[in-house]
Design a protein around this ligand. Sequence first.
Ligand code: SAM
Length: 344
Amino acid sequence: MLEILLDHSYLVCPCDTGMGTAVVKQGKLLCGSWVYKRGSFMRKITVLIMGISVMAMTFQKGTSVAAGNEKTYVLQEGKSAHSRLKRQSDIYRPHLMQAFKTAAAIKGLSGLRIVDFGCGTSEIYADVMSFIGRSGNYIGTDRSADQISFAREKYPTAEYIVGDESNPQVLQSISKADIVYMRLVVMHQKQPAAFVKKIYEAMKPGAILIMQEVEDTPEQKEVMLKQYPNIDGVDKLYDYKKTLGPRVSVDYGIARYLKNIFAKLEPINLTENAEEVMLSMATDKPLLEEAMHEIESKCVPQGILSQEEVDAWLETIAKLPTGEDNFWSWGKYHTIIGQKPELS
Ligand SMILES: C[S@@+](CC[C@H](N)C(=O)[O-])C[C@H]1O[C@@H](n2cnc3c(N)ncnc32)[C@H](O)[C@@H]1O
């Protein structure tokens, strides 16, 4: 009888606590499972263990730590992102300095505590330290562990936290900050208004929020088309963010309405400054190429962009001249600053 059973390939065994199944071939157990009865204590324990395992597997899979607001990040992280972020940071440096000067007019900066939320590879560290001095504190936070580990290598004495806006440690550091700074971060949020609200609500009364984001405008596209009338594909290249954005839920136009989002939270001293950023192609072409190759390496394997789409953009970039008089538009760069009112 036992032999007959063991030669059966599939067994079902009901009993008091539940039901077991086993796949058996020529006396060998290939696989098996046990389903506990609904509501039984063992079933609850099993569900709990499975839940914890799934969470652990998800955590291990990527280096980004996030909840709810997570999505594909279209560019490289850590060491591979550093060169681009550094170049980009150099471009936006005058705007960073101006933003901190505006904040300084609201409250002196020396000795302040600054949280650089979504700090990437911490490119602003040295400039921020020049404002806050040694008695100040710089805390960089990013949901990408790769970004943070590279930033830590560069600035071992700075404080860093890996996590997003749902991380209690990040929220606690925001609650102690005098200034929360976010550059090119809001554009990456699935729900920008809810995201900004969450950051603002975590801030202490009197703290300042600085956000810097870019916006491509149709007017600038016209300027590009006029400058390069004989180069095929300039219009498509200029619009690459329009093509990519909706596919990865990145809002490349966020800067246009970010001030309105912020205004709804009723900050005081709310200001906005928006400026077109035009760069000489001598500087800009390598940066465009670099960003495009990062996008290619992240988005083509995942099927977000086709190789043909990226190749067409790269071909156009290759054709752009690099004379001192040739330039490329980096869009309109917006700086939005507001302060949480003090408690009365
Ligand atoms: C374009 S990079 C900008 C990095 C840096 N702010 C700079 O300007 O050099 C955007 C960074 O924001 C981080 N980021 C985006 N959304 C985030 C979130 N919700 N929480 C934490 N980090 C986030 C990304 O991991 C990435 O490092």
